[in-house]
Design a protein around this ligand. Structure first.
Ligand code: PRP
Ligand code: URA
Length: 209
């Protein structure tokens, strides 16, 4: 079963509290999402493998640790997942970025797929599938199915706010995927929105409502 890591760092908690607030503007919301992605990305990359490298400082030769490869792919789930990409790229500028396009049908809440474009060598990369929200889990499960169908193997799912229902569904569908979240909320409401949540993440990032 995939592990669930809840990032309870005070800075992350504070910023998540701010994005929940109705009065937070689109501009601030976007900036905060980027900052949260950076802070979460810092923690989520903790286990990346290192290798010994010989270098020369102005004083002497020495052996230091460097990342084994820059073989990382960030895969946002469109469209709200785009909000997390810039923060991750600040940390890992050489990462490749794939895109999976999904939206929830407003009636059935089932994910509807409309786009998928991933790096050709996705099978060799450590993949971070990112989306601000994990509600029913349908979108994350479908996105990870896409990634696996194209050869993706080492997958981490990272989101800001998750409902218990979504965590359970994702763990069941993809037991090999670890889940990194900033906050585990109470439940889903009758429209499958997270309670207390932050509303519609895509609309809040892009100012479409
Ligand atoms: C939101 C969110 C997730 C999905 C989560 O996207 O960004 O992708 O809902 O819900 P689920 O766990 O029940 O699938 P939405 O469908 O609103 O599309 P958008 O990003 O284009 O706004
Ligand atoms: N998608 C969102 O953007 N918010 C929710 O609460 C649930 C799904």
């Amino acid at each position: 079963m995939g592990k669930v890591y809840v990032f309870d760092h005070p800075l992350i908690q504070h910023k998540v509290a701010l994005i929940r607030q109705t009065e937070t503007t689109t501009r601030d919301f976007r900036r905060l999402v980027k900052e949260i992605a950076m802070l979460m990305g810092y923690e989520a990359t903790r286990d990346l493998p290192l290798k010994d490298v010989e270098i020369e400082t102005p004083i002497c030769k020495t052996t230091v640790k460097m990342l084994q490869g820059e073989d990382i792919a960030i895969v946002p789930i469109l469209r709200a997942g785009l909000g997390l990409v810039d923060g991750m790229l600040e940390l890992i500028p050489n990462a490749k970025v794939g895109h999976v396009g999904l939206y929830r049908d407003p009636e059935t809440h089932e994910p509807v797929e409309y786009y998928c474009k991933l790096p050709a060598d996705i099978d060799k990369r450590q993949i971070f599938v990112v989306d601000p929200m994990l509600a029913t889990g349908g979108s994350a499960i479908a996105a990870i199915n896409f990634v696996k169908q194209r050869g993706g193997k080492h997958i981490i799912f990272m989101c800001m706010i998750a409902a218990p229902e979504g965590i359970e569904a994702l763990q069941k569908a993809h037991p090999d995927v670890d889940i990194y979240i900033a906050a585990k909320d109470e439940k889903l409401n009758e429209n499958a929105y997270i309670v207390p949540g932050l509303g519609d993440a895509g609309d809040r990032i892009f100012g479409t409502k």
